[in-house]
Design a protein around this ligand. Structure first.
Ligand code: SAM
Length: 248
């Protein structure tokens, strides 16, 4: 775990959290990405114990509650996000929230969860290997892990006028300070193959990899901002979604 980076990012999230209140939670997977209603990765939520990694304002956990999940557990390192999630989930029974980095186990039970998921949070990890190993340990054998994050090609390419230009090499991995953020926001550039191999090396079986873009008129209008644009998304996926399962 890279403690210095975690401290910097935590401060940024504590200050910026409000801007992300309820932004793209489940059933959304991310900007201009297909939704859970389109791709149905979660199959049975009713009666399940679910864990949200990087739960943010708690809206994805609220979705899980509305779909009948039995126990809602969430982890997020931002104090502001955890306070907000407590309010958002105040009418839900059986909620357990941990203010902690995803790189370490703050006391979560092992071999316990039917489903772990993470919506646009995993690329903030300072240690993918450790994070995936932790998530694997929390799941029951046969439990599912589903996550979305910005597609690793998306920030490699810049739109200049009508042209798309490669700004960075796809081969380069490691930490970078995201240019769209006004405060320091240190994320990890991780190739698709690294995600897949880290999951496999930690005992996950990959069930689905999704790179599709969804561009209804409403999506385009909702997600149009400095960073995500329909023009770029016509050629490059915005979001990577992976579903995998802990082997039995
Ligand atoms: C885009 S938000 C997630 C939104 C949320 N998953 C949802 O569905 O609404 C990313 C979250 O990751 C959290 N985060 C970033 N780095 C983290 C880390 N190393 N450990 C735990 N949480 C982290 C941030 O505090 C933020 O709440």
């Amino acid at each position: 775990m890279n403690s210095e980076t975690i401290i910097i990012n935590k401060q940024t999230w504590d200050e910026e959290a409000e801007r992300f209140f309820g932004r793209n939670p489940l059933p959304e997977y991310g900007p201009l990405a297909p939704t859970e209603e389109d791709i149905m990765l979660f199959d049975h939520i009713q009666g399940k114990k679910v864990l949200d990694i990087g739960c943010g304002s708690g809206h994805s956990l609220l979705y899980m509650h509305n779909k009948g999940a039995d126990e809602l557990w969430g982890l997020d390192f931002s104090k502001t996000q955890i306070h907000t999630a407590e309010k958002v989930l105040s009418n839900c029974p059986s909620v357990q929230l941990f203010e902690a980095p995803m790189e370490a186990n703050p006391g979560l039970p092992e071999n316990y969860f039917d489903i772990a998921y993470s919506i646009y949070a995993i690329g903030w990890t300072t240690n993918l290997q450790q994070t995936i190993m932790n998530i694997h340990s929390y799941l029951k054998p046969g439990g599912a892990f589903i996550f979305s994050w910005e597609h690793p090609l998306y920030n490699r390419v810049k739109q200049v006028g009508t042209e798309l230009l490669f700004q960075h090499s796809y081969h380069e991995e490691g930490f970078y300070d995201h240019e769209a953020w006004k405060r320091p926001a240190i994320m990890q550039q991780i190739k698709l193959s690294t995600y897949i191999n880290t999951l496999i090396d930690n005992g996950f079986i990959i069930e689905k990899v999704i790179e599709e873009v969804r561009m209804s008129e409403a999506d385009v209008e909702k997600h149009q901002n400095r960073w995500y644009s329909d023009k770029k998304a016509k050629s490059i996926p915005t979001t990577l979604i992976i579903k995998c399962r802990k082997s039995n």
